[in-house]
Design a protein around this ligand. Structure first.
Ligand SMILES: [Fe+2]
Ligand SMILES: [Fe+2]
Length: 143
């Protein structure tokens, strides 16, 4: 399996859970929103860990660079982590306005982030890590 396909599928899965959380908040169902958001948050943080602990180190070793695209991606992960906390807090307090303000910021950031990974970084990973692709995907699946 190609690295890019596996990672892209995870982005899609996370998007779906988040859309469901947004819909639940729209309907005023904060209990349901909490469940979907928690699923989204757990999956997203797990995806970040796979990147930071498995994929990025392999990419950095293959390209001998730790200051390139992976550095920027890791900074964006931290921005997302901060927003996730804010959104979780807004759901806890059933604050619709704060939820959507932070959720909009998160969606813009995450969409741009995922696009950069899919169009640039994952494509580069498929190239430079082709000889260890299946091994890396297995490692990420069990991470
Ligand atoms: Fe990422
Ligand atoms: Fe990603």
């Amino acid at each position: 399996m190609e690295i890019s396909n596996y990672m892209r599928d995870e982005h899609r899965m996370c998007d779906e859970a988040f859309a469901k959380a947004e819909q639940a908040v729209n309907e005023g169902d904060f209990k349901k929103a909490f469940e979907y958001f928690e699923e989204f948050m757990i999956d997203t943080l797990k995806h970040f860990d796979k990147e930071e602990e498995v994929l990025f180190p392999a990419f950095e070793a293959a390209t001998l660079s730790t200051e390139g695209p992976t550095y920027v991606m890791k900074m964006e992960h931290n921005q997302v982590r901060g927003l996730l906390e804010q959104i979780k807090d807004a759901i806890d307090k059933e604050d619709k306005e704060r939820f959507f303000s932070a959720a909009d910021t998160l969606m813009i950031l995450l969409q741009q982030h995922n696009m950069k990974e899919e169009q640039m970084l994952y494509a580069m990973c498929d190239n430079v890590l082709s000889d260890q692709a299946s091994e890396l995907v297995e490692k990420m699946k069990s991470h």
